[in-house]
Design a protein around this ligand. Structure first.
Ligand code: ATP
Ligand code: MG
Length: 561
């Protein structure tokens, strides 16, 4: 445990310190990528507890994903010690679940209500026909709650009961929300109920990373924070600690045409003059692109360790790389397959995650059911997940409960692989595990320690960082994404650009961008142009691979990260 009190804020820079030690009341922290939002948030909580006599149990921290929640919890443990357990940390869905469990009777639910999974929903929909009301009635009869209702039901409860609102406001006097740029209408309503207009609400985020409007998120809530909350204080964090100067410069140029932050600034804290430029690879085809990724990873990992280069640190960074340092990011899930194949051929292990909900995978739903039915089974959770997989895969093509089809053994086994790290983190708490399956996203099941290259959609990569990032498919039609017959409007293009910005800013030391000249899309092979988002980046920031000259000039070959 670190020393609390004097020196607590020593590990923050001047602006981070201003944010962490700001007095109570509404506080908006507008901070670009890599500026230390998590560090600032955890230090603020620790500071309030140590200096302002705030009790940890009065603090509620809401993050966007479970992974982020775990990270926050872990860092709070380091700062506060065991009392960090008393801070409520979770996602909006887990917060809704907590409120609903505590008020189950008032919501007309039994204590042991369950969150509907895919099969439950399909069955209820089929029975209800087109009538949403009878769908809800059917769920209720079966003691089931739909995922959306984890938020709408608590909002309804709070709206109907002033005392309940008072009780929760009394309990969580200090509320912190990370990634506030991506809240949606219901989440916003819940926050407004939990926090008075002059409450101690600290919202933190970056409007230029708002990428979830297709799910109903609205960056407008961020932009009008100071209208919604009285005398809101505003702090900006501009110093980026994550990315090398060339990567950061490219990212800042990329977002400029549609930045939502007036006077957007991002100053590099890392000024290594040897930092490599941003790699750019114009691939002939998708297969060529995938080979480039596999070959380069092999050189970066295998190459460095075989040549056993000086494994010291340069600019505070490790010079030797492992597979877990590397991520491949893409716009659509279907782009992963050629990469998976190419990496498999090169014997490079991968873990692939999307931002889709876990429960939408049939294999996951089947395993959750099997675990519920065989609740009495002994052994740790990971072992039980494996056993459930064996049982299911053994039943030749396990039928789904509504009879709508069968779950293939491959789906079962890929679900087992996906769920094992999550099961490991839940200890033996089956209830916790099942609620995570119901509310979590695939990316929550990411295993940060796995010796594998991480394959992620750009959406799933939000909030994460990697020493090496490949952004593949930097093509017009994929970035921005375009379907035949429909042109994205300017709002849609702006959001795609923000997504591109999120991708670029995940990289710490090395960033490679590639685009294929031909790609199979929408049923036929098409010619592709590079993404227009690349055009606004100074060509001097790129190092081009794969053209007239040898791919890697000698002097670059030994350049360390
Ligand atoms: P994003 O918008 O991508 O979520 P973020 O603002 O949440 O980014 P963090 O992930 O908190 O950024 O921090 C980025 C990196 O910078 C981390 O590796 C963190 O440890 C480091 N960092 C943050 N603040 C400092 C600091 N004051 N000194 C040194 N390193 C720092
Ligand atoms: Mg963050």
């Amino acid at each position: 445990m670190e020393e609390v009190g004097t020196g607590l804020l020593d590990r923050l820079d001047a602006m981070q310190r201003v944010a962490a030690s700001a007095p109570g009341g509404p506080l908006l922290i507008v901070a670009g990528p890599g500026t230390g939002k998590t560090r600032t948030l955890t230090h603020r909580i620790a500071y309030l507890c140590a200096e302002l006599n705030v009790f940890p149990e009065q603090c509620l921290a809401i993050t966007f994903t479970r992974r982020a929640a775990e990270e926050l919890r872990h860092r709070l443990d380091g700062l506060l010690g065991p009392v960090a357990e008393d801070v409520t940390v979770g996602t909006f869905h887990s917060l809704g679940l907590t409120i609903l469990r505590e008020n189950a009777a008032a919501a007309g639910l039994p204590m042991d209500f369950r969150i509907a999974d895919d099969a439950d929903r399909v069955a209820a929909r089929a029975e209800a026909g087109d009538d949403p009301e009878s769908y809800t009635t059917l769920l209720r009869k079966r003691d089931l709650v739909d995922l959306d209702e984890l938020l709408t039901l608590p909002v309804a409860l709070l709206k109907a009961d002033k005392k309940l609102v008072r009780d929760y406001r009394e309990r969580w006097r200090w509320i912190f929300v990370d990634e506030y740029q991506d809240v949606d209408a219901v989440q916003y309503e819940l926050l407004r109920l939990l926090s008075p207009a002059d409450g101690n609400l600290c919202a933190i985020g970056d409007p230029d990373q708002a990428i979830y409007s297709f799910r109903g998120a609205d960056v407008g809530y961020f932009l009008r924070f100071s209208q919604d909350f009285t005398d809101a204080r505003l702090v900006r964090l501009n110093r980026n600690y994550r990315s090398s100067a060339p990567i950061l410069a490219a990212a800042v140029q990329a977002i400029a045409p549609s930045s939502l932050v007036r006077g957007r600034r991002l100053d590099p804290a890392r000024l290594d003059p040897e930092a490599p430029l941003v790699g750019r690879y114009p691939a002939a085809s998708v297969a060529d692109e995938a080979d480039f990724v596999a070959r380069t990873i092999d050189e970066l990992v295998g190459g460095l360790s075989h040549r056993s280069l000086d494994s010291g640190r340069i600019d505070g960074r490790m010079t030797s790389l492992s597979f877990s340092d590397i991520a491949v990011l893409y716009r659509t899930d279907s782009q992963a397959a050629p990469i998976v194949d190419a990496l498999a051929r090169a014997n490079i292990p991968v873990q692939k995650r999307s931002h889709d909900r876990l429960r939408d995978r049939p294999g996951v739903a089947a395993i959750a059911r099997e675990l519920r039915h065989a609740d009495g089974l002994g052994g740790g959770l990971p072992a039980r997940v494996r056993l459930a997989g064996q049982v299911l895969a053994g039943r030749f093509a396990a039928p789904t409960l509504d009879g709508s089809g069968a779950v293939r053994p491959e789906e079962i086994w890929s679900a087992v692989d996906l769920l094992t790290p999550l099961a490991r983190r839940c200890g033996d708490d089956l209830g916790l595990f099942l609620s995570q399956l119901a509310t979590g996203a695939e990316v929550d099941a990411l295993d940060p320690r796995a010796e594998a290259v991480t394959l992620l959609t750009l959406h799933a990569a939000k909030g994460l960082e990697f020493p090496v990032v490949f952004l593949i498919g930097a093509e017009d039609g994929l970035l921005p994404l375009r379907w035949p017959g429909s042109e994205p409007d300017s709002d849609a293009v702006a959001e795609e650009r923000r997504l591109f910005f999120v991708g670029l800013t995940r990289a710490q030391d090395r960033l490679y961008m590639s685009h294929a000249a031909r790609r199979f899309r929408q049923g036929s092979e098409r010619e592709c142009r590079p993404s227009p988002f690349l055009d606004v980046i100074d060509p001097g920031l790129f190092e081009r691979f794969g053209e007239a000259e040898p791919r890697r000039p000698k002097d670059r070959q030994l350049r360390l990260i």
